[in-house]
Design a protein around this ligand. Structure first.
Ligand code: NAP
Ligand code: ZN
Length: 383
């Protein structure tokens, strides 16, 4: 049993300003990686720039990270950082910029490598250098990316010709058919050195943004707790996180979210990140990626719609009851109704669902965290 949680986390108001010296000590020139708008609106970008200016450390900003960031975007960020001479990276935003920052930090350390190596298993003697240091400044309470070693990117896995010739694509009339794009965690683990968590950046979140990211946290906690890799240590995090999430669940449904609720959600988020750092996620995350890529559903919503089915189909009923009790739900039905009320109804077309289920069954990497035998019918019933 191992407990390894190397990221130093400050959670306090004005922590970027308060800990500017530690931030600046990570290098001599920062590549700031962020999204297109929100970090300007919630003040986080300005705070980071001011902190670096005060410490006399120069910086350059890459502000083109989209939701569910692509490998191509990460390549652009890294090449800006390389030409600017950056030797550390600061991710500011939700999980998308924070993940892009980790992957860019690895490319910055290995400028001679093609981006393909992000998905190649690191091997001893391969000459691959560890990522340059990363600091993360989260502005959503959901992914926990500020404390996890994971970076999930969108990649195109098949040649262009396949994108236009998949039979049955006409069922996707309601949304653009994007073909074989999917999301996958890069093969390298990169823990941020520093996480600077200031709840005031969350205030600008919309109702949907807050709810979907909170559901992502819930999924991390549940999927870590019901997992083949779970240990007593990982359960310290997941149990405390589930209890914390329970305290805010009714107010989340009514969307009565103030400072205290944001604090609880961020605490649960950090605990969820620490829990999955030890166990990984499970089926709801594996099933969510094609749904996000094909239907454009935000990550937390795409994951959340599979949680009721995941609990329903899980082989260890005692553990399921434990999760429900930590969350203060009286029954599985109560949990399902709650999730439906929070996220609304989502209908996944049969053709996409079939492809999603088969894709998961063919991918041992995605199944290994699930402790029971799975077949097509059991997975099919999770929708
Ligand atoms: P996100 O994709 O980072 O951002 C979603 C939207 O929220 C963007 O439009 C963003 O705007 C906006 N936004 C961010 N902070 C805001 C704020 N304070 N106020 C208003 N709007 C704000 O969302 P996310 O759910 O946090 O991250 C999802 C990504 O994280 C997915 O790619 C998922 O796979 C990944 N993930 C990673 C891990 C991990 O361990 N590494 C775990 C779970 C999920 P801008 O674009 O303008 O910034
Ligand atoms: Zn997630």
């Amino acid at each position: 049993m191992v407990l390894y949680m190397p990221t130093k986390v400050y959670q306090e108001k004005r922590c970027v300003e308060n800990h500017s010296r530690e931030l600046a000590a990570l290098g001599t020139k920062a590549l700031i990686v962020t999204g297109k708008h929100s970090s300007r609106v919630n003040g986080s970008l300005e705070d980071v720039k001011n902190a670096l200016d005060r410490e006399g450390v120069s910086w350059t900003v890459f502000d083109e990270v989209e939701e569910n960031p692509s490998v191509e975007t990460v390549k652009k960020a890294a090449s800006l950082g390389t030409s600017a001479g950056a030797d550390f990276v600061i991710g500011i935003g939700g999980g998308s910029p924070m993940d892009a920052a980790k992957a860019a930090a690895l490319l910055l350390a290995n400028p001679e490598q093609d981006a393909d190596f992000l998905y190649q298993k690191p091997r001893a003697g391969s000459g691959i250098k560890p990522a340059v240091p990363v600091a993360e400044v989260p502005t959503t309470a959901g992914t926990g990316s500020e404390v996890t070693p994971y970076a999930i990117l969108t990649k195109s896995s098949l040649p262009q010709i396949v994108l236009t010739t998949v039979p049955g694509a006409d069922v996707h009339h309601a949304f653009p058919y994007l073909g074989q794009r999917t999301k996958q965690s890069i093969s390298h683990h990169i823990f941020p050195t520093l996480a600077l968590v200031d709840l005031s950046y969350l205030q600008t979140a919309s109702r949907d943004g807050c709810v979907y990211t909170a559901v992502d946290t819930l999924a991390h906690l549940i999927e870590s707790h019901l997992n083949a890799n779970t240990t007593d240590y990982s359960r310290f995090y997941s149990e405390m996180g589930l209890r914390t999430w329970a305290k805010v669940k009714d107010r989340l449904l009514r969307y009565e979210i103030g400072e205290e609720e944001r604090r609880l959600l961020m605490n649960a988020c950090t605990l969820g990140g620490m829990a999955i750092s030890h166990t990984g996620t499970s089926l709801p995350h594996g099933l969510s990626y094609p749904v996000t890529c094909e239907m454009g559903l935000p990550h937390g919503k795409a994951v959340g719609i599979f949680l009721p089915g995941f609990l329903r189909g899980y082989g260890d009923r005692e553990e399921v009851m434990r999760v429900l009790s930590l969350l203060e739900f009286g029954s599985e039905q109560g949990f399902s109704e709650y999730i439906r009320a929070l996220l609304g109804e989502v209908s996944i077309p049969d053709e996409l669902w079939e492809r999603d289920v088969n894709g998961l069954l063919e991918n041992p990497r995605k199944l290994k965290n699930y402790p029971f035998q799975l077949d097509h019918d059991r997975l099919w019933a999770m929708r």
